[in-house]
Ligand binder design. Structure first.
Ligand code: ARG
Length: 473
């Protein structure tokens, strides 16, 4: 007979190589806290329902607490032969407390057990990710305030387009992160559903009380269908997709950071503590962190693709393929949290070269739209004004000058609508101040965005601490 916990119907022990292949203990051991908390809640429920004696319940609870302390002290031998965290803990418990340990798995399957553990784990980690999102949002808001009046060219097609406030540009990333935060709140809601009690797939013959376990573990809801409860990996796919979108945002920010700190742009300077050098070229100071964040985006998106592909075509209910959900999401959790936290440091440490940004605005034609708008406000149709401004740009390029270098008579040759106030109208500060439409780049609009952002950050903090208070585990 096999010595495995399920070995009764086997006449041979599992091939060692096969054991190694199918074991998940190497990675699912990080769910030990959740496994123990879930088992304690289950044992309490069994006792409450008269399925387990109070004596056995107490032995189980103390035994599990003891195991938790041992794992935390590094005094626990994880065994590959015992496959996963669930059986490692159960076996150790039974070794320690005898028969009572063997009663813990009553009315439970590893299928609903692993689902429970993973729900608890993801639920906790969503909040950890959200904390890091808020931290980066705060860094962006701080930088936006510090460089409130700095003007830079805004780009389309990576060509200078119109003067904008640097703070306005930073706050665009703030907005993306706010949506990321909201997406993770959605992930949280789908992870906050209690699967235990589904058994292997069909429920159980024992008179269990699922609501008791729900309350013990602070879940918002209970799966209403036992087959769905053990088969559902939506919350994993949702986590990975929210994480992928978030990483794509960080990757765009990374790309801009890399461009901005290049000699060609020289818009910002990164802190020495956040860059590395070259082993060969003594002059180099490389933005590796941004490059790595950009690079790691591929890996998180890869985990999403892997999970979607794994679940696609799986028959209900549990299949071992589902064990493949863990490494990807664990790695995505680590990667996302780390990337967010290092990026907050990058943003806090960067120095902005306001003079260089300003020069990029003044020594170019990003105020050409304002020239056209000036004429429109004097009564010219926009299409015609566009053509006049285009002509002005064309003439300036030919003469090697900029719009602000043109004399008033030269403007008036292009259109009699030009007055002396044109000079003021095309100053970068004026261009910025005048874009005062809701959500625009004007000083007033950006101040308004900053105010809203600060309020939103408070609400996000509130949301995290509320969820933490509701979580028993
Ligand atoms: N280790 C498995 C997983 O991560 C859980 C075990 C369920 N396995 C089973 N053969 N019923 O999904």
């Amino acid at each position: 007979m096999s010595e495995a916990m399920w070995g009764g119907r086997f006449s041979k022990t599992t091939d060692e190589r096969i054991n190694e292949f199918q074991a998940s203990i190497a990675f699912d051991r990080r769910m030990y806290q959740e496994d123990i908390a879930g088992s304690i809640a289950h044992a309490k429920m069994l006792a409450k329902c008269g399925i387990l004696s109070e004596k056995d319940r107490d032995a189980i609870v103390h035994g599990l607490q003891d195991i938790r302390a041992k794992i935390e002290a590094g005094d626990f031998d994880f065994s590959v032969a015992l496959e996963d965290i669930h059986m490692n803990i159960e076996k150790r418990l039974t070794d320690a407390i005898g028969e009572a340990g063997g009663r813990l798995h009553t009315a439970r399957s590893r299928n609903d057990q692993v689902a429970l553990d993973t729900h608890l784990y993801v639920r906790r980690e969503v909040l950890a990710v959200q904390k890091e999102i808020v931290n980066l949002q705060q860094a962006l808001v701080l930088a936006a305030e510090q460089y409130k009046d700095v003007i830079m060219p805004g780009y389309t097609h990576l060509q200078r387009a119109q003067p904008i406030l640097f703070s306005h540009h930073l706050l665009a990333y703030y907005g993306m992160l706010a949506r990321d935060f909201a997406r993770f709140t959605g992930v949280y809601e789908r992870a906050d559903i209690m699967p235990l009690g589904a058994g292997a797939l069909a429920g159980t013959t024992f008179p269990i009380d699922r609501a008791f376990v729900q309350k013990e573990l602070g879940f918002e809801a209970i799966y209403t269908n036992s087959i769905d409860a053990v088969s559902d990996r939506d919350y994993i796919m949702e986590f990975l997709s929210a994480a992928s979108i978030l990483m794509v945002h960080l990757s765009r920010l990374s790309e801009e950071t890399i461009l901005w700190c290049s000699r060609e742009f020289s818009f910002i300077e990164l802190d020495d503590a956040h860059c590395t050098g070259s082993s060969m070229m003594p002059q180099k100071k490389n933005p590796d962190v941004s490059e790595l964040v950009r690079g790691k985006t591929g890996r998180v998106v890869g985990h999403l693709m892997a999970m979607l592909t794994t679940v696609k075509g799986l028959p209900l209910a549990y299949n071992k393929d589902l064990q493949e959900d863990k490494e990807g999401i664990f790695d995505a959790i680590d990667t996302v949290k780390f990337s967010l936290s290092v990026y907050a440091r990058i943003v806090r440490g960067m120095k902005v070269r306001a003079d260089v940004m300003k020069k990029a605005v003044t020594e170019d034609f990003s105020n050409a739209t304002d020239l056209a708008d000036y004429l429109v406000k004097k009564g010219m149709p926009f299409r015609k004004a566009h053509a006049v401004a285009g002509q002005a740009v064309h003439d300036c390029i030919a003469r090697g000058i900029y719009l602000e270098d043109m004399r008033i008579e030269e403007f008036q040759k292009l259109s009699p609508l030009f007055d002396a106030d044109i000079k003021e109208a095309i100053r970068p500060e004026t261009c910025v101040r005048n874009r005062n439409s809701l959500g625009g780049t004007s000083y007033d609009q950006v101040a308004c965005q900053l105010g809203l952002a600060k309020k939103q950050i408070e609400a996000e903090h509130e949301r995290i601490s509320l969820a933490l208070r509701k979580q028993a585990v």
